[in-house]
Design a protein around this ligand. Structure first.
Ligand SMILES: O=C(O)CCC(=O)C(=O)O
Ligand SMILES: [Fe+2]
Length: 496
């Protein structure tokens, strides 16, 4: 196959992918690309002079108004093709597979493209992200690191808007993204010296200390008998019938996630006032949690509970950025910052990254375990570390508030927002039908322990004064600028 046809086919495939995001179009693009024999894949990168010369000889693709004409036949490529010397057919093929969530088939074409241009940063970035999705953390770290070291002047700016897995910004910001991801995975893998070197690209003054990354979140023997200011964890917390009901409501396949549009990523929670008499399972559960925690924290003035939940696909998640739990309604509407008296995390499964909580310089670390309950004073900075592994991480959170609900409720487009009322059962909220009362349980005796901690949870960095921007969309705040924790206080007006 002539080089010209390879370009035309690649352009045509991109055009299919851009014209709409239906699986038909994606499959059509895949068919077009699969006809290019792998041995005819053009040389790019270090050897791409030929491609440049060819590309320059073609009319400017932007003058062809790609979107004005729908392609009719996959082989009629002349009017719609884009000649981009960096648009390697194998990269496009692997993007196409990825956009159908076909991870495995995407690996081979990507490796092929890396064969012809081993340091192609955008292929490396995609390759690294693939490897991370299949929990190959070390190879993924190495690929990110390699991408972070490639020169940015030769970066491709191709038309890659056709998949949401990687945006044009990702490609432009390939260096910042790959460096940041390498720092994140490197920290997880204990390669702190390399990370420190890479952090020099950014302007940051602190990072989570290697000691905290290394700490094993095992159970301690420090039993907490009564009132405390420190976090506590309680294993085997809920009686079986409460636990299984909660699991049913927030099971990964449960209606809740779909009906509340969890995947949109917007924040929503429900505010449930303290009542004398329970009307439903949530009342029962929250009363139970409240009485149990009352021995350790002063919860007498609590007026209501904010509840929300998270489920993270697979174990290989990036965690949850460091934040304070706040009353998002107050932040948005009154520009005031309030915290719950106590915040708590209930682990529905034993998978995924550890929760970390900070107070002044100290940092506690808590491992996930099914039916474990973890609580801490609600004005403490906290987050979730990234992790590898296969399992899913699902947690149910409770904020114990001394503040009565004033506003809150529906967010944009009538959807649930922060401090919503529980919905009534309806077509879009079947999940709520599962909260009818269960048999009431007496509060059991529990053993509360203080989780493991390190004295100095943040490490000061001296030479990290680079000008690469930390990518906003994946900033976990594990590396941050400033004098100390005031960086987080200043950012309190950003919703969690
Ligand atoms: O899942 C966790 O461990 C904590 C999550 C959290 O802090 C939050 O959702 O506000
Ligand atoms: Fe939180």
């Amino acid at each position: 196959m002539e080089l010209e046809e390879v370009f035309e086919r690649t352009g045509a495939a991109v055009y299919c992918l851009q014209s709409d995001d239906s699986s038909d179009s994606i499959n059509q693009a895949i068919d077009i690309l699969l006809e290019i024999p792998p041995t005819h894949v053009p040389e790019t990168g270090e050897n791409c002079d030929k491609n440049y010369a060819y590309a320059e000889s073609l009319p400017d693709p932007s003058s062809k108004k790609l979107s004005s004409k729908k392609r009719k036949s996959p082989t009629n490529t002349t009017t719609s093709s884009t000649a981009d010397p960096f648009l390697h057919p194998s990269i496009v093929l692997s993007y196409a597979y990825l956009s159908l969530h076909l991870l495995q088939p995407s690996v081979t074409p990507l490796s092929l493209s890396l064969n012809s241009w081993p340091s192609n940063p955008s292929s490396l970035l995609l390759h690294a992200s693939n490897l991370r999705s299949i929990s190959s953390l070390l190879p993924s770290f190495l690929a990110y690191k390699k991408a972070s070291q490639t020169s940015t002047s030769l970066l491709p700016l191709p038309q890659l808007e056709f998949v949401d897995l990687i945006s044009v910004e990702d490609v432009i910001n390939v260096r910042s993204k790959s460096t940041y991801m390498a720092c994140l995975l490197g920290s997880l893998l204990g390669r702190h010296e390399e990370v420190e070197e890479m952090l020099k690209g950014f302007k940051v003054d602190f990072r989570i200390a290697p000691e905290l990354w290394r700490l094993k979140a095992e159970e301690t023997n420090v039993i907490v008998e009564g009132s405390t200011k420190n976090p506590i964890e309680i294993r085997d917390f809920l009686p079986q019938n409460y636990f299984s009901r909660l699991r049913d409501i927030f099971n990964p396949d449960a209606a809740f996630w779909e009906e509340t549009d969890y995947s949109s990523g917007r924040y929503y929670s429900y505010y449930i006032p303290v009542k004398d008499k329970s009307d439903n399972f949530f009342d029962q559960l929250l009363k139970y949690m409240h009485s149990s925690l009352g021995k350790y924290y002063d919860l007498q003035n609590v007026k209501g509970y904010e509840i929300w939940a998270h489920t993270r696909m697979g174990g290989n998640s990036l965690g949850h950025w460091l934040h304070y739990d706040t009353d998002e309604w107050g932040v948005d509407n009154r520009k005031i910052v309030r915290h719950p008296k106590v915040s708590a995390v209930f682990y529905l499964e034993g998978e995924g990254g550890e929760t970390v909580v900070f107070d002044e310089g100290r940092g506690w670390k808590v491992g996930t375990e099914a039916n474990k309950f973890f609580a801490f004073e609600g004005d403490k900075l906290h987050g979730v570390l990234p992790c590898g592994g296969e399992g899913r991480r699902t947690t149910f959170m409770v904020g114990f508030w001394e503040v009565e609900k004033e506003g809150g409720g529906r967010g944009k487009g009538g959807k649930d927002g922060p401090w919503s009322d529980l919905p009534r059962a309806g077509r879009r909220s079947n999940w709520i039908r599962e909260i009818e009362e269960v048999e009431e349980e007496e509060v059991r005796e529990v053993v509360a322990k203080e989780p493991k901690s390190v004295e100095e949870a943040f490490e000061k960095l001296e030479d990290c004064k680079g000008d690469v921007e930390i990518p906003k969309d994946i900033d976990q705040r594990f590396f941050f600028p400033g004098e100390g924790l005031e960086y987080f206080q200043k950012n309190l007006f950003e919703a969690d």
